[in-house]
Every structure is written in structure tokens, then in C-alpha cells.
Design a protein around this ligand. Structure first.
Ligand code: ADP
Ligand code: MG
Length: 676
């Protein structure tokens, strides 16, 4: 039962089932003096009149508890039968529970109830654990947990809970021992001890994660990589003769960093962060030319077919005059053409390839892949990065590019094994996108505005939320929205395309292309257009029900406009009933165009799991630590991990053996095993 409900199957699991708060159970209230305004009360009394009432699903158990000052009713709606059997008429009980007031009379539903024996003591400060309704119905209450844990602590001592943090660390960071921490965490005698215990366990969690990342990083840096010794003709000719604009300082700086990395003889693993439109593609392209100059092949991998096509198109155009050929390899490239491309990659005739996940398939073999660029990383798993590395005996240099700005604390935990470059400067001459918040009552005006823009020859996106849990409803509102858009945009004059996840991929592709090619004026869509799509003529982004989007996600969407010379607009069209909190969030969108600021806010409000789809990854699964609230501890553990790995990189010193063992255990539990 415990196992099924809470995944507790060993004593150890019980030890790590931490309480989430504590209740004060030192007070006993006399029944006649209960103040109906208090939340929880603890009583001692005699139980009488245990009776079942109602029938079927409405069946419930009622009993009366009395002492010499008064009486109160106790109620059970679930597990009535089971309770009835276990309660004793005329028994003296210790009762604890939440008061509810019903028709002016107070009662307690589902109290914790315990027969008073001769040695039962008033509990005092009690840990409160998460349990489930099912467990409660079977009488396994919070109090039973506390008793179990207490009994456990009576059986074990320091020796049973081995310490694995080295003494030097414990001393230096003033952390309490592991056994002590666990004991205090369950049964703190003072609030201060609880804090000390909590701090220690958080510290441990974060330290372990930082050690794992640190070791991964060491593995990378120890990894020999291709040596790009020179900057040659491809790079120089492109830079001098074909670059259509001057590079921004940020772009130049990042290119320098990449040149440095690839010239060391070690494998590069670099994360390139740059807000939407900051010009990452050209950096990728020039890095690939560098690979070519040194006799290597290069590839760029995008998360979707559309994005891969766009990359192919823009890269081919930029390289046309130089006579460098580039080809596309995606799932849709089949038959003879595919065979030809595979052949050319294997024998080295083809030096440059653009593709999707298809590039990762086993039958794609390169003659000598020197650089792999991964665009829009967050759609690729860490595991996929690993697969690229394993394609050759010497792994290619890897450049990961993302337009989702990653707050520092999160980058430290998720991408701590990568070096980070940031393009923090937009190309000159960009017009700032104007963002407005409007309520549904202004819909007519908003639509009128969009129509005027379209009449000037621009294109517009209209985006609807689509969230898996409510997929059916969202889908219906998307369809309803589509019908409504058709009312505003007369079919005889305007062309509307629609894309969403339920379309078969070919159809979606075709609709998207109609918009990309300018054949459709308006694109009605779900978030499938989120990443990377480049339609410079689009100047309006309308987001429906923006309160249902994450801020970073909206920022991505907004980045789809403002790519051309025209003034662009983003309109957040909210329903009439939005909460103050939502309103505040949407104001952040209106007030800033800075992706990093937005990401920080998002992280604070939604937590990391939601934001980057990392919930399943195990990378950010902390029991106690919160990378936002505990960023100070995170920073501390990062330094501590770095220091430790500097003087014992392989964790082979005797005092580090327990730590090493702990890491191997953790590695098995999470995805980490697959990474390295
Ligand atoms: P992202 O970082 O979002 O991938 P892109 O690489 O698609 O951005 O670049 C966005 C647009 O900016 C492209 O049209 C590109 O040609 C242009 N661009 C990139 N760098 C510069 C620059 N230094 N000066 C002017 N325009 C630039
Ligand atoms: Mg891009």
C-alpha cells in the first residue's frame, strides 16, 4: 500500500520521506473551550455513540467525543466500515484534526485518532507528511507516519546513516552530520535545528548535482578533439566578400571564442545563447566554414523540417557565390536522393549538410565530421547530444544554439557541463516590437487594426494556446477561433492558413509554406510555429488567451515578428476575467523585450520543470532544494564541487570514496548514466 501510493518500500525510503511542515501538538484543548476560529485542535475524551448513517455512497460514520466540559462530533466519510471496526465504544482517545463548522456546530472530519494507553504521551511538535486519501481511509494517518519514523530512529544510530561528505567540507561550510540532519528534519526540537537540518540536506542535493556536472565537464575537456589550426579561404572569402552586413561586436566575440575552443586540440562543447533575431545563424555558418577550412565536414541540425528547410535556403543563398554545395537531409528525403546524400557524406564529397533528427540515424555516416551545430537545443534532449558525440571515434565539436534565454541558475544545473557564449546585442536598425495588452471587449478594434496592417501588404499570426491536458477543448476553441477569423477576413479578399498539431505533417507543412511564401495573409496556429520560423514580412503577432502561455513561450512567439524593416506589433488579447496575478505577468511582457529578464520572471513564477520540459529528465529533481530560492546555496556548492574536483578529479582519494559511491548510486537513478 505504501509502496503503491507513495513509492515507499524500504526503511530508507521512509527516512527520505521528509515532512513538509510541522504541527504543534503540545496543547490539549478542553472540548467545552474550543474556539471555532482555530484551525486545528487536539482533544482527549471518551468516545461514544459510534453509529453509521446513510447508505451506499452517502454512508458515513459518526461518533461523539466528550470530556467533562462538553462534547463534539467526529465524522468519517471514507473508510467508514474499517473505522467502525477499529474504534472502541467508551474508549479514551487522543484526537487531532481540523475543525469545520456546520450549521453553527463544530465537528471534525477524518481526525487522527489514537487510543490512549498508559504510556501514550502528548506528541509535542509533530512532523506533517504528505499522505494520500487512500492511505488515510485505511487509517494510515500522518500520526502513523510519525510513529513509524520515530520507531525507525529508535532502532538506528549514526552508524546506520553513513556520512559521505568529507569532513573538510562539513567543517568549512558548517554543515551538520547526515544522521543528525535526518533526525532533525523529522523531529526538530527547535526551529533552528530544523533550519540547520534542511540546509544540510539541500546543500547535499545541490552539491551532488554540481559534482555530477563537474565530472561530466571534466570528461568533455579531457576528450581530445579535432584541431582546427587555421582560418582559411572559405572563412576569409566569405567574411570579406559575401557577408551581407557588418557583424555585431557580440557576434565577433562569439566567433573568437569558437575559434579559440576549436584550436586547442580538445573537444568544444559550447552553448550559444542569443535572443530571437540576434543573428545566431551567421555565427553557425561561419563556424562551419572554419571546419571546412580545416578539411572537415560540418552539419547543422534543426528541430523541425520547416526550420531545416529555412536554414538550407538561407545558407545556400549566402554560399551560392562561393560554389560550396549544401544539401538537406530530413525524414522526408527518401529513395534515390537519400541514398546519394548518404553516399556523399560517407565518401566526403559533400562537406556541408543541414538536417533534422534524421542526421542522428545510424546509417548516416560522415567521412570526417568536425563540427555539429544544434539549433534550438531545448527541443533536443541531452541524450541526443550524446549520440552525436558517439558518431565518430573522435567526436565533433558541438555548438548548441538556443533562443530561449536560460537564467543563470538554471544554466548552471542543466548545462553546467557546457561553456556558454552569449549574443547580448541585436543587429543595428531593429525596430522595437510594440507590445499591447487588450481585453476581449476590444476585439473588434484589434481585428480592425490587423486588417489594416494586412491591407498594407503585411502578414499576421494569430496564435491559440494548446495544452495537452485540455487538448480537446483547446482544439475546439482553435476551430471556433478560425471560424471567427474568417468573419473578420473575408474569404474573397484574404487568404487564411491554419497549422496545428493534429494535422498530418504533410498538410501542416503545406499550410506553413503558404504563409512563408506570402500566399496566405493570416496564419492561425497553435504554438507549433514557436521556434525559429522566419517570415520577415509578418508584422503582427496576436496571442489569444495569453494568460495561458508561459512568458518565455510568448517571448519566443513575439520573436516571429519584427524581423523585417516594418514596425511590428504583438497584441495580447486576454479574456475579460483574468486574475491580478496574470495581469501582472502580462505587464512584464508589455514592459520589456529582454528575453533574459522574462526568463528570470518565468522561472520564479513557474519553476524550472514547467519551463524547459525537464520534469522527466531527473536533472532538476530536488526534494528540498529550489534552484531559484536557494541560488545562494547553489553557487556555494558549485564552487565546492569545482574545488574538490581540482585536487581530486577522479575522486580516488580515500576520504572521497563514500562520495564516489553516492554518485554512482545517483547516476543509476537518473538519466545521468546515459549522458556520459
Ligand atoms: P536567430 O538568432 O533568431 O537565429 P537569425 O540568425 O535568424 O536570428 O537572424 C535574424 C536576422 O538578422 C536575419 O535576417 C539575419 O540575416 C539578420 N542579421 C544577423 N546578423 C546581422 C547583423 N550583424 N547585421 C544585420 N543583420 C543581421
Ligand atoms: Mg535561429
Amino acid at each position: 500500500m505504501l509502496r503503491k501510493e507513495l513509492e515507499i518500500s524500504t526503511f530508507e525510503d521512509l527516512l527520505y520521506h521528509y515532512p513538509y511542515r510541522y504541527s504543534d501538538r503540545s496543547q490539549i484543548t478542553r472540548i467545552g473551550f474550543i474556539d471555532p476560529r482555530t484551525e486545528y485542535v487536539q482533544l482527549i475524551g471518551t468516545l461514544i455513540n459510534i453509529t453509521e448513517e446513510g447508505a451506499g455512497r452517502k454512508k458515513r460514520l459518526i461518533a461523539t467525543l466528550y470530556d467533562d466540559t462538553g462534547r463534539i462530533e467526529l465524522l468519517w466519510f471514507q473508510g467508514a466500515q474499517w473505522m467502525k471496526r477499529s474504534l472502541r465504544e467508551q474508549g479514551r482517545y487522543l484526537v487531532y484534526g481540523k475543525l469545520s463548522v456546520f450549521g453553527g456546530v463544530v465537528n471534525i472530519a477524518h481526525p487522527e485518532i489514537e487510543l490512549l494507553g498508559s504510556e501514550t504521551a502528548v506528541p509535542g511538535r509533530q512532523p506533517v507528511y504528505s499522505t494520500t486519501e487512500k492511505l488515510k481511509a485505511k487509517g494510515i494517518t500522518n500520526r502513523s507516519f510519525a510513529k513509524l519514523t520515530q520507531a525507525l530512529f529508535e532502532k538506528i544510530n549514526v552508524g546506520d546513516v553513513p556520512e559521505f561528505l568529507p569532513a573538510t567540507i562539513l567543517n568549512h561550510y558548517r554543515l551538520c552530520g547526515r544522521y543528525q540532519a535526518l533526525k532533525w528534519l523529522h523531529f526538530p526540537d527547535t526551529e533552528e535545528h530544523e533550519q540547520v537540518a534542511r540546509h544540510r540536506m539541500k546543500w547535499e542535493e545541490l552539491f551532488i548535482s554540481q559534482l555530477m556536472i563537474g565530472r561530466l565537464r571534466l570528461q568533455h575537456t579531457a576528450q581530445p578533439g579535432w584541431h582546427f589550426s587555421k582560418v582559411g579561404d572559405n572563412f576569409n572569402t566569405f567574411f570579406k566578400e559575401h557577408l551581407p552586413f557588418a557583424l555585431t561586436n557580440a557576434q565577433k566575440r562569439v566567433l573568437k571564442e569558437i575559434r579559440h575552443d576549436t584550436g586547442t586540440g580538445k573537444q568544444m562543447n559550447r552553448l550559444l545563447q542569443g535572443d530571437v533575431g540576434s543573428g545566431k545563424t551567421i555565427v553557425a555558418l561561419m563556424s562551419m566554414l572554419l571546419a571546412l577550412d580545416n578539411g572537415f565536414q560540418a552539419c547543422i541540425m534543426a528541430p523541425t523540417e520547416i526550420l531545416a528547410q529555412q536554414h538550407l535556403f538561407s545558407i545556400a543563398e549566402l554560399l551560392e557565390a562561393m560554389g560550396i554545395s549544401v544539401r538537406l537531409l530530413t525524414g522526408n528525403v527518401k529513395g534515390k536522393v537519400r541514398k546519394e546524400i548518404l553516399q556523399e557524406l560517407a565518401d566526403g564529397t559533400l562537406r556541408l549538410v543541414v538536417g533534422t533528427h534524421a542526421l542522428l540515424e545510424d546509417n548516416v555516416q560522415f567521412q570526417n565530421l568536425g563540427l555539429a551545430v544544434i539549433d534550438e537545443q531545448h527541443r533536443f534532449g541531452v541524450g541526443q547530444r550524446a549520440r552525436l558525440w558517439s558518431k565518430n571515434t573522435t567526436p565533433p565539436h558541438v555548438l548548441v544554439m538556443t533562443a530561449t534565454p536560460i537564467p543563470r541558475t538554471l544554466a548552471m544545473t542543466m548545462y553546467g557541463d557546457l561553456d556558454v557564449s552569449v549574443i547580448d546585442e541585436l543587429p543595428p536598425g531593429r525596430q522595437e516590437i510594440k507590445t499591447f495588452f487588450r481585453k476581449d471587449s476590444h476585439r473588434a478594434k484589434v481585428m480592425q487594426f490587423i486588417r489594416e496592417e494586412v491591407d498594407k501588404g503585411r502578414q499576421a499570426y494569430i496564435v491559440y494556446p494548446l495544452i495537452e491536458e485540455s487538448e480537446k477543448m483547446d482544439y475546439e476553441s482553435l476551430m471556433a477561433g478560425y471560424e471567427q477569423v474568417k468573419v473578420w477576413f473575408d474569404e474573397n479578399r484574404y487568404r487564411i492558413a491554419m497549422v496545428h498539431g493534429k494535422q498530418e505533417s504533410g498538410e501542416r507543412e503545406r499550410n506553413m509554406q503558404r504563409f512563408v511564401k506570402g500566399e496566405a495573409n493570416v496564419l492561425v496556429a497553435t504554438t507549433v510555429i514557436e521556434v525559429g520560423v522566419n517570415v520577415p514580412n509578418a508584422s503582427v503577432m496576436l496571442i489569444e488567451s495569453p494568460e495561458r502561455f508561459g512568458l518565455s513561450q510568448m517571448h519566443q512567439l513575439r520573436g516571429r515578428v519584427g524581423r523585417g524593416a516594418e514596425q511590428s506589433y504583438c497584441i495580447l488579447l486576454a479574456g475579460s476575467k483574468i486574475s491580478d496575478e496574470s495581469f501582472r505577468r502580462l505587464q512584464i511582457m508589455v514592459s520589456t523585450n529582454n528575453g533574459f529578464e522574462i526568463a528570470e520572471e518565468d522561472l520564479k513564477m513557474r519553476g524550472p520543470g514547467d519551463m524547459y520540459g525537464t520534469k522527466q529528465s531527473g536533472l532538476l529533481k530536488f526534494k528540498l532544494a529550489d534552484i531559484v530560492l536557494d541560488s545562494g546555496v547553489l553557487e556555494e556548492t558549485r564552487l565546492a564541487a569545482q574545488q574538490l574536483l581540482t585536487y581530486d578529479p577522479t575522486l580516488s582519494m580515500p576520504e572521497h570514496q563514500p562520495l564516489r559511491y553516492m554518485l554512482s548510486q545517483q547516476g543509476q537513478k537518473s538519466q545521468w548514466g546515459k549522458i556520459s
